[in-house]
Design a protein around this ligand. Structure first.
Ligand code: NAD
Length: 507
């Protein structure tokens, strides 16, 4: 099994799509504003040798406070929570259409800021529009419960109400997609929001909020503040005027913001990291399985929370699976993310590339066998080759830590019980995949895997109808589907006496 070198397309800095730096403003109370004091943060594209592609305001605590109070006012006295579901639904549907119409512009923004390929980014923009459309449709029919069996003298209601002001902190990898997994559900439930995107990739979230404003969303309902996690993200977590904090990002920061939110007893949703297992039984369609495994760990350079970074393969299929994966890794085209033929773009920034490298070096040192990859692909940008390790022990750092890079760790198993034990041997529980032609075996196995988002014979498929979220230290709460509306709702118990004098306390 020898590896040919991965095809690399040199990034071309003269592409017309980024001759102009994009200059963004925040959106607070329906107005586009700079940070107080006027400070900004520039973003250099990680794919094009650090060419500056955008500039965002560097918000202060004061800016964040203004955004939170605007959302508070819009919730307490504004029209949005008081509208009928059908009125809200109509506006959300318009926003979904606007995102779809602007998908090319949004895709280019993410391609340049994140370093992901234009093909990948286009797909994400289409999916994001779909999420808004789904939430729009279902926002009209949200219900509580009636209890009509409490006897003749009483009736009970469980009234659904919006939870209030929601702070939403998002990571750099899928800004518009992750925003669209949360914002339309929160708005659909009648909440108002303040979103803090990553300081590396804020452009598409700002454009999404501008499009929402242009679609008739009332002022103060969808605010965006840009800047660093500390102080502005942190203020969202600790401010008494936010009722709910939705955080998507690393386990480390999740612990911090979860603690801050707990200090004033606000509800919290956490979507954190993962170390996804991919269990491959020997009776699988190995061609389809290897394609799915490769896409899951090498697509977007492994920088996805649901990346399947651990290959857990039944011993008789191990050699064939590795051979197939090496062939795919050799064919993956890496490089210029604006090139239509490229499969994988750049990693997010130089320190992250160095982190990935240090994990690969640690794996080598610990005695794992490097099957392919393990190298940078260019001095321009931050490109790293698809990398596969075999003979990995469960206590190695490449087996345990979320590397967030294109690095696959391989383990072999003899029995389904061993496969499940290996899959569950992690602090995380975000995602898992299983491949087998024996559906009964696959179903029995998946039921024992402790993860919130799982696949049988599928390459990471999903739908807005289906809830997502983590088990174990991958998180708390569920987004999307009807679960997403419950996440951003609270329920009021109304017990109504129908014959109050029937049973007097004092005769
Ligand atoms: P990160 O935790 O470094 O940052 C996430 C967000 O938190 C950013 O907006 C950042 O500015 C903000 N932040 C940083 N410090 C903060 C603080 N002290 N207080 C408040 N906010 C703060 O994560 P990242 O590097 O942007 O993203 C990668 C991580 O996100 C990975 O661990 C990945 O698994 C995870 N992720 C999870 C999901 C999911 O749905 N479970 C999805 C995508 C990414």
């Amino acid at each position: 099994m020898t590896s040919q070198r991965t095809a690399f397309v040199e990034p071309r800095r003269e592409d017309a799509r980024f001759t102009q730096k994009r200059r963004y403003q925040m959106l607070i109370d329906g107005k586009s504003v700079e940070a107080e004091g006027g400070e900004t943060i520039t973003r250099e594209s990680p794919a094009y040798a650090d060419l500056v592609v955008s500039e965002i305001p560097r918000a202060t605590k004061g800016d964040a406070e203004r955004a939170i109070l605007a959302a508070r006012r819009a919730f307490d006295t504004g029209p949005w929570p008081r509208m009928s579901g059908s009125e809200r639904s109509r506006i959300l549907a318009r926003i979904g259409e606007a995102i779809y119409e602007h998908r090319e512009e949004l895709a280019v923004i993410e391609c340049l800021e994140v370093g992901k390929t234009i093909r990948q980014a286009r797909g994400e923009m289409g999916a994001s529009a779909e999420f808004w459309r789904y939430a729009a449709g279902h926002a009209q029919g949200l219900t509580g419960e009636t209890h009509n069996s409490l006897g003749d003298n009483a009736i009970g209601l469980m009234l659904r109400e919006p939870v209030g002001v929601v702070g939403i902190i998002t990571p750099w990898n899928f800004p518009l997609l992750i925003g669209s997994e949360r914002v339309p559900w929160a708005l659909g439930a009648g909440c108002t929001v303040v979103v803090k995107p990553s300081e590396f990739t804020s452009g598409s979230t700002i454009r999404m909020a501008e499009l929402a404003r242009d679609c008739g969303l009332p002022d103060g309902v969808f605010n965006v503040i840009t800047g660093y996690g500390d102080p502005v993200g942190q203020l969202l977590a600790e401010h008494p005027a936010t009722d709910f904090l939705s955080f998507t990002g690393s386990f480390r920061v999740g612990q911090i913001v979860g603690g801050l939110a707990a200090s004033n007893i606000k509800r919290v949703g956490l979507e954190l990291g993962g170390k996804g297992p991919q269990i491959i039984f020997a009776d699988s369609d190995l061609e389809a399985a290897s394609d799915a495994v490769a896409r899951s760990i090498f697509g977007v350079g492994g920088q996805a929370c649901i990346a399947g970074s651990r290959l857990i393969v039944e011993a008789p299929a191990r050699d064939e699976m590795l051979e197939r994966l090496v062939k795919i890794a050799d064919k993956v085209v890496i490089g210029d993310p604006l090139d239509e033929n490229v499969h994988v773009g750049s990693l997010i920034h130089r320190p992250h590339l160095e982190k990935v490298e240090s994990y690969v070096n640690a794996g080598r040192k610990a005695g794992a066998r490097l099957v392919t990859g393990g190298e940078r692909l260019s001095n321009v940008g931050n490109y790293y080759a698809p990398t596969i390790f075999d003979a990995v022990d469960t206590d190695m750092s490449i087996a345990r830590d979320e590397i967030f890079g294109p690095v696959l760790a391989t383990f072999a198993f003899e029995t389904p019980e061993q496969a499940v034990a290996l899959a569950n041997d992690t602090q995380y529980g975000l995602s898992a995949g299983i491949w087998s032609r024996d559906i009964t075996k696959a179903m029995r196995t998946i039921r024992q895997v402790r993860a919130g988002r799982t696949w049988i014979n599928s390459a990471g498929g999903g739908a807005p109808e289906m809830g997502i979220g983590g088990f174990k230290q991958s998180g708390i709460g569920r987004e999307m589907g009807h679960y997403g509306f419950d996440e951003y709702s609270t329920f009021k118990n109304v017990f109504m006496g129908l014959n109050p004098v029937n049973t007097p306390w004092v005769e």
